[in-house]
Design a protein around this ligand. Structure first.
Ligand SMILES: [Fe+2]
Length: 208
């Protein structure tokens, strides 16, 4: 059942989060190419990347896809799309594990393993952006979308938010940062400015 001509849902946070995953994998690939894969900053960047991806996919699987599924019981093509979203998440586990193993064993093919991850995750996120987000706009309400965002915030928790917010904005230009922060509650903006951003920057994730 489609939601009748509602105002566009703001997907800025979803796009910004996906872009942060893309940016991290570019940084990881550059670090591997430069022979820096074993540094504490690269390891810490990789651990954070995995955690952010785990949170993102867990909440999509637990909250977003099931909520969408309830709305498309009479639409087989859309049901198939949701099954693909879950399957693509599951398929990433092996590709992530290959990078993990490659990092700990300093494998000669680590660069190829990172490329494989960037390709798999990149094509999954494109699929989600091109097909699942339009479906969300079509059948979910603003209230549904807010419930998904609340579930994401709950899963992160206050400690998680202190990293997630500056992590998404890392390397973004002023306009992109503004677009993302506009979607956040006022206390988040204040805490980020006063504490989170500087603590995050000090960690120098993926830096040389
Ligand atoms: Fe996503």
């Amino acid at each position: 059942m489609a939601v009748a001509q509602q105002a566009p849902i703001n997907f800025a946070v979803m796009y910004a989060t996906h872009d942060a995953f893309r940016r991290d994998l570019e940084r990881l690939a550059a670090a591997v190419a430069a022979g820096r894969a074993g540094t504490p900053q690269v390891r810490a960047g990789w651990e954070n990347f995995k955690r952010q991806l785990h949170v993102h996919h867990t909440v999509e699987d637990a909250v977003l896809w099931p909520r969408l599924a309830q709305q498309v019981t009479d639409r087989p093509d859309d049901q198939k799309l949701l099954a693909e979203m879950e399957a693509e998440h599951a398929q990433l586990d092996a590709v992530l594990a290959a990078v993990d193993a490659g990092l700990s064993q300093a494998s000669a093919d680590l660069g190829e393993r990172v490329d494989r991850l960037a390709q798999s995750l990149g094509s999954h996120m494109r699929h989600e952006e091109n097909a699942a987000l339009p479906l969300i706009q079509d059948v979910l309400t603003h209230k549904d979308w807010d419930a998904f965002r609340s579930a994401m915030a709950k899963k992160q928790g206050p400690k998680g938010a202190a990293v997630y917010i500056p992590w998404v904005m890392d390397g973004r230009d002023v306009a992109e940062r503004k677009r993302f922060l506009e979607c956040m509650p006022a206390p988040v903006k204040v805490l980020n400015k006063l504490f989170w951003e500087s603590s995050y920057q000090k960690r120098g994730l993926f830096s040389a």
